[in-house]
Design a binder for this molecule. Sequence first.
Ligand SMILES: Nc1ncnc2c1ncn2[C@@H]1O[C@H](COP(=O)(O)OP(=O)(O)OP(=O)(O)O)[C@@H](O)[C@H]1O
Ligand SMILES: [Mg+2]
Length: 293
Amino acid sequence: MALSCPPMAAFPTQTQTRSRFMHTSHIDIRAHFGLNALPFTREFPINKRFKHDPAEQALAALRHTVEHRMSGVLMAPAGSGKTVVLRALVDELPEARYRCTYVKVTSLGKRDFCRELSKVIGCRSAGQYNTLVRNIQEHVSASVTGDGIRPLFLIDEAHDMAPEVLAILRILTNFDMDSRLVLSVIVAGQPRLASTLKRPELAAVTGRMAHFATLRNFGRQELADYVRHRLTLAGARQPLFTDSAQDTLFELGGGNPRATDTLAFKALHIAAAKKASVVEANDLLEARAQVLP
Ligand SMILES: Nc1ncnc2c1ncn2[C@@H]1O[C@H](COP(=O)(O)OP(=O)(O)OP(=O)(O)O)[C@@H](O)[C@H]1O
Ligand SMILES: [Mg+2]
């Protein structure tokens, strides 16, 4: 569908446009649309995620990587579902066999990153960098030989990590001169992570990554299926977006899951404020003008 509206990034900012629109945040869209939960939020049971090919393929490949005690990368644009895939991976791995550690504090220096890692895995977090690395290696190694549980580190938002911090992964995954594959690491981040991983000083880390997975945005039909899925999950019994509203949602959000969530959530509020029973294309255009670029 051709739109007179420019795509997301070119729209006016919230402060530029807010005054032209009614405030809708106080409106209870659950009561208005007869839902039992808020749709399009990040809080949903991970086993009820929307299962679409690119994400499920990435998930299967990363799971295979981890099951073979190797490490991998998940690289995709902001809001495209990386963290959802990581959550699904943790959910799918048998709890009795894997100890998963999720780390997101990636804007730290080498020593602070190791301290945070030590805290999450429960080993001594005091001392200098070399001591911390040794402690982590010993702790991880002991947990493997002791109870047979395999450790998995999930490092999210790794595009914010300094190259020298990413380089720690080489040391952390180096056990007994590489003769034993002990620790798996999944590094997830936005596409600029690629240029960091291509740096010569990170060749040893990048070379350890057995699989590089990516995600892509929804296509038009996938987006329609996603919208239906999220609304059904929230208890909707009939479609709440007209076909043309769905087309507009696709044009404005480009099929990016987070942009879709943000626009759809806002449009539901706008439609509810008008006491409408469904969201129309115009509600999406209004929504677009009210959300941040
Ligand atoms: N498979 C899915 N099922 C249901 N919702 C999804 C799915 N994938 C993405 N989403 C929705 O899109 C939102 C953004 O996804 P997510 O946070 O995983 O993106 P991201 O790639 O990690 O973003 P960032 O780069 O900003 O960290 C989620 O909060 C969720 O609501
Ligand atoms: Mg994320």
